[in-house]
Design a protein around this ligand. Structure first.
Ligand code: KIV
Length: 290
């Protein structure tokens, strides 16, 4: 994409230069998959802050405000303690920082599972208070009724099956799913039930590759893989993982940078210069005008 983005410091918007671009819509993204085939794979990354969104926006079709922010931003042990208010604050920041990508906000654990009505009330708050394009929720067949309820009431829903991190306490960990024939069949059925209920796309996380391919073939809406297969209709990664922010990442993460070394190296140089009094120098200090 040749368009560049400039930060408007007055509004915190990522203004496209030279031509204004229209934000991608959910129907346009859904229609990337026609008759089971997606010629233009969907690019999605997580974003949690306005500045991060500004940097990612031009390169992505969707920005996901994932509840992984619990671990990545807040140092929580899992996504289970993440609240709706946390998701709304970060979702609004990402919408302010983006112009082009469709922004999807995760529904946190405990805000949608009890009933379709509970899900609608939570999701309506997310849409109203962030300006995002849609929400994502975890779960398969058990959530199909809720997906249909939300979709019929103007709330675009992205599903999430396979390894569902909010269910870590029942799954017992974050290992790959679908190794047994029974579990693989259930994951395909889960994805099919969400698509039939109206999900516009479905994340398939942490499954063996043949299963990711089978789900992509079996389901009419786009399948976004994470720990899946390059044959999925799109891919998502946690941005901090692919930037190399953490020492330990799942096997499916490819590190495109080593940002942790960059940050700690800069902090070390800053600390040394403070200690030897070489910072601030002449260029960083105000001198009397002559
Ligand atoms: O919370 C998140 O970041 C996610 C992605 C890993 C798909 O759900």
């Amino acid at each position: 994409m040749s368009t560049t983005f400039q930060l408007d410091t007055a509004t915190s918007r990522a203004n496209p230069t030279p031509a204004p671009m229209k934000r991608l819509t959910i129907p346009a993204l859904r229609q990337r998959k026609v008759d089971g085939a997606t010629t233009q794979p969907i690019v999605m990354l997580t974003a949690y802050t306005a500045r991060q969104a500004q940097l990612l926006d031009a390169h992505c079709d969707m920005l996901l405000v994932g509840d992984s922010l619990g671990q990545v931003i807040y140092g929580l042990p899992s996504s289970v303690p993440v609240t709706l208010d946390m998701m709304i604050a970060h979702g609004a920041a990402v919408v302010r920082g983006s112009w082009h990508a469709a922004v999807i906000v995760d529904m946190p654990f405990g805000t949608y599972e009890a009933s379709p009505t509970q899900a609608f009330e939570s999701a309506a708050r997310v849409l109203k208070e962030t300006g995002c394009a849609g929400i994502k929720l975890e779960g398969g067949l058990a959530m199909a009724e809720t997906v249909a309820f939300l979709s019929a009431r103007g709330i675009p829903v992205m599903g999430h099956v396979g390894l569902t991190p909010q269910a870590v306490n029942t799954l017992g960990g974050y290992g790959a799913r679908g190794r047994s024939a029974a579990e693989a069949a259930k994951i395909v059925a889960d994805a099919q039930s969400l698509a039939e209920a109206g999900a516009f796309a479905i994340v398939v996380e942490g499954v063996i590759e043949p299963l990711a391919i089978a789900v992509t073939k079996a389901v009419p809406c786009p399948i976004i893989g994470i720990g899946g297969s390059a044959q999925c209709d799109g891919q998502v990664l946690v941005t901090e993982d692919m930037l190399g922010m953490f020492d330990r990442v799942p096997r499916f993460v490819k590190r495109y940078e080593d940002i942790a070394t960059v940050i700690s190296g800069a902090a070390a140089r800053y600390a040394a210069e403070v200690r030897d009094r070489s910072f601030p120098g002449l260029e960083q200090t105000y001198q009397p005008k002559s």
